[in-house]
Design a protein around this ligand. Structure first.
Ligand code: GLA
Length: 376
């Protein structure tokens, strides 16, 4: 059964009634453009085929959320942050309830998902966006995908308290079927970009215990660099607005490690634009080289890789048919994306799973999916 049918069945079994709405949303894999979304840069994610479904209905005076893994969260209404998975739904519900004139006084939720957890494919954004699409539709707030992404992003930053950029929620709410989505994170303009290369994802299996603290530290470093550069150039809005031609000179004015962080952000943003042109022109080798350069920069300048991620990248790069490989998402664990000559993806996934690089890897071919939908 697909997650939508499973969420509906779980809702009925738990609450003894049909859900009022069911919506589903995908996880994402970012092809290139890492750690630039919160600096106003460009990113190029695809939706993956795996989706999370959220079924919702009325419940007087309480918030009850169940997941198909047997977890049940029960709170009063309005619901407070509890430090667990249900916060992603509760955050969206609180923000949307504030926009409804006859405010709801409770909520029943059932969640079902095929999106792997902790693998760097943004299971949290899939959950938030599916919840936002279901509730906004049910409560008559419309399902404009930009508004859905914005509510999901606010739930993550304001309610859950993770200072992430807008990429994951935008990708889950808006990525077109079968294509990547070029997002300008400063203006939120989007453009579909065809992806004909095969994609393989390798899960490092590393926990992301480090990730939250390190991510926030990188954001602080970026803000500190921007504040310094603004004292010389008050008109500078985002780090990505630094002209690449002036970068060398600008970096000399920054102390380490801020110089490395800024260099990554500016060059990574340029790589996204060049990678988009390469994909549009069908130049897979050029695209693969940019993917490789992205990993090297994340490893050496942004310092968010791990020995295990580097080992998987090196193993992948040694396999015939591989065009490029890099860590995806925030880093410090998660997954490696391997870009492969069209038609060779299954073979490369098999070789990585079979122990290329000295040990078996959790490798699988990525199927490109599509944005959030209201299913019922
Ligand atoms: C996480 C965040 C995104 C983005 C990436 C790094 O996935 O949620 O907003 O910053 O890290 O590119």
């Amino acid at each position: 059964m697909n997650p939508v049918a499973r969420a509906e069945a779980l809702f009925r079994a738990t609450f003894g009634a049909d859900p009022a709405r069911v919506a589903s949303a995908p996880g994402r894999v970012n092809l290139i453009g890492e750690h630039v979304d919160y600096h106003g840069g460009h990113v190029l994610p695809v939706a993956i085929a795996e989706r999370t479904a959220v079924a919702v209905g009325s419940l007087a005076g309480r918030f009850v959320a169940v997941s198909e893994h047997g977890s049940r969260a029960e709170f009063g209404w309005p619901v407070q942050r509890a430090g667990q998975w249900s916060d992603y739904v509760a955050g969206v519900a609180q923000l949307l309830a504030a926009q409804v004139s006859a405010a709801p006084d409770g909520l029943a939720v059932a969640v079902s998902s095929d999106v792997p957890l902790g693998a760097g494919v943004s299971s949290s954004a899939a959950l938030e966006v599916a919840a936002a699409a279901a509730l906004a539709s049910w409560w008559g707030l419309g399902t404009d995908p930009r508004a859905v992404a914005a509510i999901a992003h606010r739930a993550e930053t304001e309610f859950v308290g993770v200072p992430c950029g807008v990429m994951d929620q935008m990708a889950s709410a808006m990525a077109p079927e079968g294509s990547a989505l070029l997002i300008n994170c400063a203006t939120l303009e989007v453009r579909p970009v065809p992806v004909a290369a095969d994609l393989v994802l390798v899960d490092s299996g590393e926990s992301h215990a480090l990730r939250a603290g390190a991510y926030a530290e990188r954001r602080r470093e970026g803000e500190a660099a921007l504040a310094r550069l603004r004292s010389a150039d008050p008109a500078l809005e985002h780090l990505v607005d630094l002209a690449p031609g002036r970068l060398h000179e600008v970096l000399k004015s920054l102390p380490a490690p801020l110089d490395r962080r800024v260099r990554h952000v500016v060059e990574e943003n340029q790589r996204v634009l060049r990678a988009t042109d390469a994909l549009v022109a069908g130049q897979f080798r050029a695209f693969g080289k940019l993917v490789d350069a992205s990993h090297n920069s994340l490893r050496d300048l942004y310092e968010c890789s791990t020995a295990r991620l580097d080992q998987i990248v090196a193993a992948a790069r040694g396999i015939p048919g591989v065009l490029g490989a890099r860590l995806v998402g925030a880093g410090w664990g998660g997954s490696v994306l391997v870009v492969v000559v069209p038609g060779r993806g299954d073979d490369v996934a098999r070789r990585l799973a079979g122990g290329a690089g000295g040990r078996p890897n959790a490798a699988r071919r990525v199927k490109v999916g599509y944005a959030a939908t209201v299913n019922r």
